[in-house]
Design a protein around this ligand. Structure first.
Ligand SMILES: [Zn+2]
Length: 155
């Protein structure tokens, strides 16, 4: 899981990152180390030493307090900690965004999917939420609004 997250950060944020995870009983803890944006090759040694220091720690998660851990790992450095924030999960996907993505995909491609599968299913790769659009709903994305249409009256 840590290597997947590191890969995600390297490809999406393009920031070198390392993540150490530990799970005991009902508790999961992690330590995320990221190179600062804009760091240079001259800073590479600092990055390497920081990764090595954490890797070399026998049990980096023995410390019950993150500040104690940081002070122990980097006792020769000026370590500053930011105020802790509670982690929460959030995803910005929505049915409207999926509709927008299908519109960009194009009517021909959506029709091809409908011909093959009868409906259009989209999985959000971030939160794994599934969006299913039936044929009518999928085709409605490409319906041209009728302006000034003439209503025929039957007699
Ligand atoms: Zn999502």
């Amino acid at each position: 899981m840590a290597s997947l997250f590191e890969h995600y950060l390297a490809t999406s944020e393009q920031i070198a990152s390392r993540l150490w995870l530990d799970a005991t009983g009902e508790r999961v803890r992690g330590l995320l180390l990221q190179r600062m944006p804009g760091s240079t090759d001259a800073d590479a040694g600092t990055w390497t030493r920081a990764v090595s220091a954490i890797d070399a720690a026998v049990e980096p998660f023995d410390a019950s307090d993150a500040h104690v851990l940081l002070a122990a790992l980097f006792r020769d450095h000026d370590v500053r900690a930011f105020r802790a924030r509670a982690a929460r999960f959030a995803c910005s996907c929505s049915r409207d965004r999926v509709a927008g993505a299908l519109k960009m995909l194009g009517k021909a491609e959506v029709e091809s999917i409908l011909a093959e599968q009868g409906s259009v299913g989209v999985n959000c790769e971030f939160c794994n939420r599934r969006y299913d659009l039936g044929a009518e709903e999928a085709r409605a994305l490409f319906a041209v609004p009728r302006v000034g249409s003439v209503h025929e009256l039957s007699s």
